[in-house]
Ligand binder design. Sequence first.
Ligand SMILES: Cc1ncc(COP(=O)(O)O)c(C=O)c1O
Length: 439
Amino acid sequence: MKDHVFYPSLKTDYPVVDRGKGIYLWDINGKKYIDACSGAVVSNIGHGVEEIKDAMTKQLEQVEFAHRFKFTNGPLQQLAGMICDMAPEGIEWVSFVSGGSEATETAMKMSREYFIEKGKPTKYKIISRWQSYHGNTLGALSMSGNIGRRRRYAPLLADFPHVAPPYCYRCPLGKDPKICNLECAQEIENAIIKEGPENVAAVILEPISGSSIGSVVPKDGYMQAVREICTKYDVLFIADEVMTGVGRTGKNFAVNHWNVVPDMICMAKGLSGGYAPLGAVAVQDFIHETFKNGSGKFAHGFTYGSNPVAAAAGMAVVRYVRENNLVENSYKVGEYLLGRLNQLKDKYWFIGDVRGLGLMTGVEFVKDKETKEPFEQAKGITDKVVSTALKMGLMVYGAPLCADGTKGDAIMITPPLIVTEQEIDMIIDAFEEVLNKIF
Ligand SMILES: Cc1ncc(COP(=O)(O)O)c(C=O)c1O
């Protein structure tokens, strides 16, 4: 039978997935895969959880859809409450969408509209960082600093400023992280001043970087500094927690590690754990108040923005995370995973850096540990690790071009939050076999 699907890679023979349970997937030939990256840092509660199926089925039996211009629905209201309970104090309102790009695009447009409502209509620019990813729609991609993903669409993108990421292993500003003055945070202030605060609506960043660098954690003080800068210039602070949100890093949200309250939090992936397309933007009360006291309208939105079945899935997933202490498990087992990865770093000449928080970890490969020189890009190390691992039944997530957007190799190990220390040992053994095969 001819396959009519237009795939992301036209030169790849994708295995056909058949079923999933826990941290495992099986293809139609019966081959078993360890999902050590939760797909794309999505399947936070693992595969095949009955409670989620039951919750979605129950909702389907009641009503599958009612448009958001005419109705709200119970699951949506309850999930919004659950998100606000999980989020830092002050986050009180939630706008729903169907995924990560829609969430960041919504935050971008809400920032713009907020300042129109506030009588400051010149504020529209969004400042973000190089080696960041906020999604593939044109607004989200304009904010993203992932050169590889931007390049072909460059003529279509909005001209937003980008600054250096807080990437201490390879400080883009040439500083020594042990004694630096957080010049990377200072760059954000400089960018706001250069653009003119009267033109800047928001700063968006991933509190812990995703697949554009591979689980990079900023130095303590960075997030607090960004919060202060944004407040100083009346610029909204958007935390893109599409990957990190809902427990992935061992806290409900990654910003909790630094006790920082952003103005908006974008989430998706782990919110429904892959059981339904779902995303959300949770915002502070003053933003909602400004709309309420202004035009009383938020013009932006999508048809599926209040889907009750997706919301029922989200509710069941968040409940499952809570009832099974998966945030705590992520923190605890994440420390164990980092310890095991650090053992690999000590053992192998080609592992330059191991990093992360909770069950969001990254491993960077280098040609020379002393100089941190990356491999030649022609060697395609990241792709080789990811594809060889898949062939050997292990799923890891690639973070190519991590060094500066043009070179560098890293992968992320981000198993479902249900993973045990014994399963981590099994993942590390499998990963070591992959490394021995390649290097
Ligand atoms: C931090 C971050 N933001 C946004 C997105 C875009 O999400 P989606 O692919 O669901 O549109 C991603 C996806 O990987 C992400 O990691």
